[in-house]
Ligand binder design. Structure first.
Ligand SMILES: Cc1cc2nc3c(=O)[nH]c(=O)nc-3n(C[C@H](O)[C@H](O)[C@H](O)COP(=O)(O)O)c2cc1C
Length: 457
């Protein structure tokens, strides 16, 4: 295990499989900070392979650990977590939970789990962040980068809380800020952690292409493009035709997102990308409109990967490509088992299940579930007050005695003292449930004004 101490850029040791050149210089703006990164010996050293993969999209409330694990098991190549705002994340404490084999990032104030991950997804999970501040973004990313494959910046969320704070889709109109954030992340994070962004289309093809080029120049290693403009709602059709006019603006892989609800639609999209489908078929999709083919994109005929949001929430087995998807009831049960094993809260589990059982565009769900009409089942599910009650309804065994007190509730960490332990450079600088140390060093509340000033100069 090697230690990269962000406070002393020149003193860091290398990971066993790294080289001095492969590590980026630590951001000078962190001088004096006590944040540190403990790099695991098994950090991946090869770039992410995007060609042909299908990716779970970031979705607030939905893209939590159990759904991510299920999507990976069905065949997703990468999974994005829900957006977490940097301001919130800089106040978390990292806790290794041996009972559930998870790594939990827990807010010090509310004592709630902000982000939870585990070894199974380590090399394929992307942490998505909402940010409008290069320094805060990097501080937050440094806390999680040893536990994830990459960090993504949300540049597409049109919700007012995001945009008012300069985050999400607001970054499409503040390209300098978008660029500073990506550059800061790339400078601060080890090369084993990829830096990417997810954008929406801009008003014209040219503007989208320019923005993508700016992201690439600023260090984005892949760009997910939600094929809608900022003002467009989820019910408006995604512009599959437009992605074919923008995907080749950059050399880095482009991930196409929007309206992949069924396996058939995804397969049709891939066919179009290979240039052997009917032009202008599904969704007005036209293949082969690209211009300026660059060397690395020369062999591609469209985006490298596709990203699925609602289609995967309604049925995560959408990722089954070369095998038959299991029956819907089994998909629901398997998700519930994953939620139990991951210590998901019953509230979150119930919400995800209610979305799955409702289905959506093109995803037809059975009219009954566990021998009960679906509507009645859903109504009963909405009243469940524990994971045990949910499991009973789904007919999954649940042994409450096998789990610690408050497991599967949002108050799991409420009664625990959570402190940032250890000193800079100490590779054991983390909490475990088995061993909690007294309050030695509190996490910084945020960047000081002088740090911020140095970065933006
Ligand atoms: C419930 C829900 C939550 C979402 N949360 C996020 C998010 O946290 N970050 C983000 O970049 N996009 C978020 N999105 C947008 C999706 O990632 C995606 O871009 C959009 O739904 C279009 O994909 P789809 O047509 O496959 O649903 C969310 C979408 C949904 C439905």
């Amino acid at each position: 295990m090697a230690v990269l101490n962000a406070s002393t850029a020149n003193e860091h040791q290398l990971p066993a499989n790294g080289s001095p050149e492969s590590l980026p210089a630590a951001d000078a703006s962190f001088a004096g900070s006590n944040q540190q990164v403990v790099l695991q010996d098994d950090c991946p050293t090869t770039p992410i392979e995007y060609d042909g993969i299908e990716v779970l999209a970031p979705m607030v409330r939905a893209s939590t650990l159990p759904l991510r694990l299920e999507c990976l098991r069905y065949g997703a190549g990468l999974v994005y977590g829900e957006e977490i705002v940097d301001k919130k994340f800089v106040n978390v404490v990292r806790v290794e939970n041996p009972q559930f084999r998870t790594v939990d990032f827990v807010s010090q104030r509310e004592k709630g789990i902000v982000f939870s991950t585990c070894k199974e997804e380590r090399d394929r999970v992307i942490f998505q962040m909402g940010t409008a501040d290069p320094v805060l973004a990097s501080q937050a990313a440094l806390l999680v980068c040893k536990d994830v494959r990459g960090v993504d910046v949300n540049m597409g969320c049109p919700k007012s809380f995001s945009v008012k704070g300069g985050m999400g889709a607001a970054l499409l109109d503040t390209p300098d800020m978008a660029s500073e954030i990506l550059k800061s992340l790339r400078r601060s994070l080890p090369s084993s952690c990829s830096v990417t962004c997810k954008i929406r289309m801009r008003a014209t093809t040219e503007k989208t292409r320019e923005f993508m080029q700016l992201c690439e120049r600023s260090g984005a290693e892949a760009i997910a493009v939600h094929m809608r403009q900022r003002e467009e709602r989820p019910a408006d059709p995604a512009h599959w035709d437009e992605i074919m006019r923008v995907w080749d603006a950059v050399n880095v892989p482009v991930i196409a997102n929007g309206d992949f609800f069924t396996r058939q639609q995804i397969n049709q999209f891939w066919k179009h990308c290979k240039g052997d489908g009917d032009n202008c078929g599904v969704n007005g999709f036209c293949a082969g409109n690209g211009v300026n083919l660059s060397t690395s994109t020369a062999t591609r005929k469209g985006p490298a990967a596709v990203m699925i949001a609602r289609g995967a929430l309604w049925n995560p087995s959408i990722f089954c490509r070369d095998r038959e998807a299991p029956p819907f009831e089994e998909v629901v049960r398997s998700y519930t088992r994953a939620a139990v094993q991951a210590n998901s809260s019953y509230q979150n589990t119930k919400w995800v299940l209610s979305q799955m059982l409702a289905g959506g565009t093109g995803v037809i769900v059975p009219t009954s579930f566990c021998d009960e009409p679906m509507k009645a089942f859903n109504r009963r599910l909405s009243t469940a007050k524990s994971m045990s009650a949910i499991c009973e309804m789904i007919r999954e065994p649940f042994d409450a005695a096998a789990f610690p007190e408050k497991a599967h509730t949002t108050s799991f960490y409420q009664s625990l003292e959570l402190v940032k332990a250890g000193t800079p450079g100490d590779p054991t600088n983390e909490n475990t449930l088995a061993e909690r140390r007294p309050n030695e060093t509190n996490l910084e509340d945020g960047p000081t004004a002088s740090k911020r000033a140095r970065l933006t100069q």
